[in-house]
Design a protein around this ligand. Structure first.
Ligand code: ADP
Length: 475
């Protein structure tokens, strides 16, 4: 791919420009509704005039939000590729430098470059680095600098008329909650699309995309193996799934085999998980303190699982024989239709807090370690899901239909509502753990002694444990 000639390197090192990305919607799998929505934008971009005659304009800005590695950059490139437009990309973090005025001038450069090739696409990854709320806590420093940059983005987006120089600005972030509401107003990023973690079918589809250029023994075996991997990879992102297939390819080549087999895929999966796990299977190798922390974590998770049982997904056993950033508790999915009520979603947020709440309680807030790190993230992800995707909260319904412009100041409201759920979840979780403190201690002791414990024994301890009454916690 040729870089666009007239973009002098020295002038705009922070911009990467591609005349054509060569990426299409076929490269993105899962979450088909996202593609459908973006396809419409591509159609408008392509037959600009035809649509203009009918009074239909392309949105000026599209905001893709979701966890890293879920394909936001890929989607932005696919829009450019499908519409056959040049692609100008920059990263929000590159705008913020220590020199005053850099942010604003870089934003100007980016828009000027894109405009001179319009119609074109601008992609700003990690837009939260520059577009976070004004007047908020200045965590990374450079607040004034960021503010200048943000104001410049607003000016640029307000400046171009939709009907003339068509430049579509695509932003990506995993922190919708900290974005300045001004960015989300009509005529700016007024199309907000959530790019979430893929479902099981989504994971299978993504694996298939990345298996296109790989060799398997047969088409049937490939399908079966990829289905199996899709089952085993809950919470994996597209980027992680791609890594699994690449790693399996490397292992296959190393063994001098012609086809990727089950063994290579499972090994690659283990390695991918290993980026978070130590893979230590032998409990004697785990330092005592870590073992104690693990035992408390599993025990707290177990008590919460008894307190708020999930009828669709009963727990079966847990252990402290491997160190993972997420609880070791095992579950068995029961067959049948799942129907979750609002309270089920809220209870799952409370359950997710357990590793963090118990570690803070037992070891102190300044003495947390990474085995509870994912808990807070998971809990706030669940809260965000409830608010944005289920239509069960105050403004969920409007957002659910993807009419985000019906919800002014969406980011601020989301943040407030999510904080409320999180506050309740943490308080409720602490109350349950205090009430059942004796059960927590007993399960912890058993885990330390035997390394593992089964659901039956957990239930038995939970039911028989003396309880310490706690004041009510209300949602
Ligand atoms: P993000 O911008 O959300 O952090 P990327 O677009 O950079 O994620 O994803 C990294 C890579 O992971 C992509 O280039 C692609 O190969 C793969 N990937 C992620 N999500 C998907 C998906 N839904 N379908 C196919 N590939 C994906």
């Amino acid at each position: 791919r040729r870089a666009l000639g007239s973009l002098g390197k020295s002038r705009a090192k922070f911009i990467s420009a591609e005349e054509s990305t060569g990426i299409t919607f076929d490269d993105f799998a899962g979450q088909e509704y996202i593609k459908r929505e973006l396809q419409e934008i591509v159609r408008i971009l392509k037959n600009d005039e035809e649509f203009q005659d009918k009074g239909i304009y392309c949105p000026k800005g599209v905001l893709l939000h979701g966890p890293p590695g879920t394909g936001k950059t890929l989607l932005a490139k696919a829009i450019a590729g499908e519409a056959g437009l040049p692609f100008f990309a920059a990263n929000g973090t590159d705008f913020v430098e220590m020199f005053v005025g850099v942010a604003a001038s870089r934003v100007k450069d980016l828009f000027a470059s894109a405009r001179s090739f319009s119609p074109s696409i601008i992609f700003i990854d990690e837009i939260d680095a520059i577009g976070s709320k004004r007047g908020g806590p200045d965590i990374g420093g450079g607040g004034a600098e960021r503010e200048q940059g943000l104001l410049q983005i607003l000016t640029e987006m307000d400046g171009f008329k939709v009907s003339t120089s068509q430049v579509l600005v695509i932003g990506a972030t995993n922190r919708l909650d900290i974005l300045d509401p001004a960015l989300l107003r009509k005529g700016r990023f007024d199309k907000i699309i959530r790019v979430g973690l893929p479902s099981k079918d989504g994971r299978f589809a993504i694996l298939k995309v990345h298996a296109r250029n790989k060799f398997f023994r047969s088409e049937e075996e490939k399908e079966a193996l990829l289905q199996e991997i899709a089952e085993l990879t809950e919470d994996f992102t597209g980027a992680e799934l791609q890594n699994i297939l690449n790693e399996a390819g490397i292992l296959t080549a190393r063994k001098d085999l012609d086809h990727i087999g089950r063994e290579e895929l499972l090994e690659a999966l283990k390695r991918q998980k290993g980026t978070f796990e130590t893979g230590q299977e032998d409990s004697t190798e785990i330092p005592e303190e870590l073992k104690l922390r693990l035992a408390y974590r599993e025990s707290a998770v177990a008590v919460l699982a008894c307190y708020f049982p999930d009828p669709h997904c009963p727990f079966t056993e847990t252990d402290i024989n491997s160190i993972r950033s997420q609880p070791n508790m095992q579950y068995s999915k029961t067959p049948g239709k799942v129907f979750s009520r609002k309270s089920d979603y809220i209870n799952s947020i409370v359950r997710a807090c357990a590793p963090r709440v118990i570690e803070e309680e037992m070891f102190g807030v300044d003495n947390l370690c990474w085995i509870s790190a994912k808990a807070t993230i998971e809990a706030s992800r669940l809260a965000e899901f409830l608010i944005l995707q289920t239509g069960m909260t105050a403004f969920g319904k409007a957002y659910y239909r993807n009419q985000s412009d019906l919800v002014p100041n969406l980011a601020a409201k989301l943040e407030a509502l999510r904080d409320e759920y999180m506050r309740y979840a943490v308080e409720k979780c602490s109350a349950v753990l205090r009430e059942y403190h004796s059960a927590v201690e007993t399960i912890t002791d058993i885990l330390l002694e035997k390394g593992e414990i089964k659901a039956e024994e957990i239930w038995d301890i939970y039911k028989r444990a003396p309880r310490i009454p706690q004041p009510d916690v209300n949602p």
